[in-house]
Design a protein around this ligand. Structure first.
Ligand code: AMP
Length: 366
């Protein structure tokens, strides 16, 4: 199925990713229709139409399905039921429900990664204090407890350090504290990976099963939130090839159509460990807007519209910096900086930890 110019892409979710997808679609002569529960959302400014409705509002979903030619999502916590309902209405949803379902649960996601032969941190399912203790005994060392669902930007996770484990007097207290920290919700305990750096691959698979992948970005997090993504990443060719192979295997196993973001830990020996994947365009791929002829946003729109994928080659080095909270107040300074592209999301309130925009600094390709 191909969406021709003037056709309409439906997007579930109205955040900044939807906004940038809508902008990229407009550049290709395509229209976008956003469905999002929020009265105000960054994507509405850039889209041709929007519907304010809950993701499980069947009446709204049925009307949405009629108004669009294909549906995609920009938010991985869209209920899988919404995707299934739309599919049953006869509209294609790309990527499909399986990619969404696997990514929504950290335990299922890790099992999926292992099933395609990719390495992950050691992990243990945690449903209560007893399974948390059993997990710590099995995994050992420092570990991270994360909720299985709905965690993002470091939310819903807490670390259990080696000191917590050594001081037997406070061990039980530390465990109880960690369990409270995740809201006593079904969780996963992960062994702490002593990584040399973090990278991500933005990959794409077309409706014709073609693959394209961008150069990996090296990512630095602050307080659990992505701060910068830089290309080229300071990793070996062999590491890039390993990460690309995993990304490709994932796309294939999910019969995926669209852009995916796969995050990896890179070990000192150059091996890669999958952290997680996002079944959508990804923050660490924003540099492609200014560093490539075809950005990740255009690539995703091309894929879901059934168009040929674009060339992911990089024409520059780039450092993308997220503008978090009131950092976006520096827009004037950034706008006057040479070789710096400023992208703001039109959010009214600069709450702490909120992604308000990003700035990408370009230098000649090395
Ligand atoms: P996540 O929400 O799982 O992407 O975690 C956010 C960040 O926390 C990651 O990008 C890492 O910097 C760090 N982190 C998460 N899990 C681990 C782990 N198992 N080992 C080491 N660092 C981790």
């Amino acid at each position: 199925m191909i969406v021709e110019p003037n056709g309409t892409i439906g997007i579930l979710g109205g955040g900044q990713l939807g906004r940038m997808l809508a902008t990229a679609a407009a550049e290709l002569g395509l229209k976008t229709h956003i469905l999002c529960p929020d009265e105000e959302a960054p994507a509405y400014d850039a889209a041709s139409a929007h519907t304010v409705a809950g993701y499980l509002d069947e009446h709204a979903l049925a009307a949405f399905a009629k108004a669009v030619d294909v549906v995609t999502y920009e938010f991985e916590n869209v209920p899988v039921e919404a995707v299934e309902f739309l599919t049953n209405c006869g509209v294609a949803v790309r990527p499909g429900a399986k990619a969404l379902e696997n990514a929504q649960d950290r335990l299922v996601e890790k099992e999926f990664a292992n099933s395609i032969g990719a390495d992950t941190a050691a992990f243990h399912a945690v449903d209560n204090l007893a399974s948390l203790k059993a997990g710590l005994d099995r995994i050992g060392g420092p570990a991270i407890l994360k909720t299985r669902r709905l965690g993002y930007d470091g939310k819903g996770q807490t670390r259990i350090t080696a000191e917590d484990r050594d001081l037997s007097a406070s061990y039980d207290k530390a465990i109880e504290f960690a369990w409270k920290e995740v809201g006593a919700a079904p969780s996963i305990l992960e062994g702490f990976v002593p990584f040399a750096c973090e990278i991500s691959i933005i990959g794409a698979r077309g409706a014709d099963a073609d693959f394209k992948m961008y150069d990996p970005a090296e990512n630095v997090h602050k307080g659990g939130i992505l701060k910068t993504s830089s290309v080229p990443a300071n990793v070996s060719r062999a590491t890039v090839d390993k990460a690309r192979k995993v990304t490709r295997d994932m796309l294939e196993a999910l019969d995926y159509v669209g852009v995916i973001g796969v995050e990896f830990f890179v070990l000192e020996n150059g091996d890669v460990i999958v952290n997680e994947y996002a079944p959508r365009v990804h923050n660490s791929g924003h540099w492609t807007q200014d560093g490539c002829v075809v950005s990740q946003f255009e690539q995703h729109i091309r894929a879901v519209a059934g168009w040929p994928l674009g060339d992911p080659a990089r024409h520059s080095n780039a450092v993308m910096e997220n503008l978090i909270g009131d950092e976006a107040n520096q827009w004037r300074l950034l706008a006057s900086e040479p070789q710096c592209a400023v992208h703001l999301y039109g959010k009214r309130e600069a709450r702490p930890g909120r992604k308000m925009g990003h700035a990408t600094r370009i230098t000649p390709k090395s």
